[in-house]
Design a protein around this ligand. Structure first.
Ligand code: DGL
Length: 267
């Protein structure tokens, strides 16, 4: 039995759908969600810079929270820094998020799989064999989409959401893909819009269910040694890096989630 928190990390809001999907199925577990607002966006940054940012962040957060598992709920962070983090923090089990290319490739009939991600993710995935089978991958970077979700989504109407995703739908239609992977966790906030707009042309894949399953696998290992056991409701926390000025927006987000809110430095 282990009642310590599971730490989810993203540059901003992207990991929240992963966190809530996990909690829905695992109600005794407590989570801490860390939004690295100070370094948002991760997407345009070089790999070496992301390795340094994430090692510093994990060192600081791990000291304060002592998480039993860390989930990198961010494709960009995973692709750039997961190997380095596993090497530098061997005592912590990490779960990484990579674009769900494997199931998409399996489901594809014409072997053409689209991946939409950040600049760093799209540059790096060409070097990784994520599909494990023969398929052609069409990667497109959407630098404006993560920023839209992070900074505009709270006030955006449906028309705006459709407008921003339609140009990407058109590009993947031109490439004739029959499956599209959402390879940035932020894009999950536009999942319904993607599904609706893509419906006649291609199927959308994401990694939420896969990540939840992987966390549960770690919790259940060794006679469920990492599983929590408690009678009372668990307390969840939302932590933020950066300036206090963005605090009020995040405080509101924490309230909507019923999470306690604090700045990482003040913890
Ligand atoms: N949520 C992150 C991902 O999954 C990236 C967003 C950012 O550029 O910071 O890749």
């Amino acid at each position: 039995m282990n009642n310590r928190q599971i730490l989810f990390i993203d540059s901003g809001m992207g990991g929240i759908p992963y966190c809530t999907a996990f909690l829905k199925e695992n109600q005794k577990e407590a989570v801490c969600y860390l939004a690295d607002n100070k370094n948002f966006p991760y997407g345009p940054r070089e790999k070496e810079e992301l390795i340094s940012i994430l090692n510093t962040l994990v060192e600081k957060a791990a000291k304060k929270i002592e998480p039993k598992i860390i989930v990198l709920a961010c494709n960009t962070a995973t692709i750039a820094a997961l190997f380095s983090l596993r090497r530098n923090f061997p005592q912590i089990p990490f779960v990484g998020t990579v674009p769900a290319v494997k199931p998409a490739a399996k489901a594809s009939k014409n072997g053409k799989v689209g991946v939409l991600g950040t600049q760093r993710t799209i540059e790096e995935i060409s070097r990784l064999n994520l599909a494990n089978e023969a398929c052609e991958i069409f990667g497109i970077a959407a630098p404006d989409l993560a920023e839209f979700v992070e900074l505009r989504l709270d006030d955006a109407d449906e028309k705006e959401k459709i407008k921003i995703i339609r140009k990407y739908i058109d590009l993947f239609r031109e490439a004739n893909v029959d499956t599209l992977v959402l390879g940035c966790t932020h894009f999950l906030f536009l999942l319904e819009e993607f599904q609706r707009e893509a419906k006649p042309f291609f199927k959308i894949f994401d990694s939420v269910a896969g990540i939840v399953k992987r966390i549960e696998y770690l919790l259940n290992e060794k006679n469920a040694a990492l599983r929590a056991e408690r009678e009372d409701r668990p307390v969840h926390r939302l932590l933020l890096t950066g300036e206090e000025t963005s605090g009020s927006l995040w405080e509101k987000r924490a309230k909507n989630l019923s999470f306690d809110f604090s700045m990482l430095d003040e913890l």
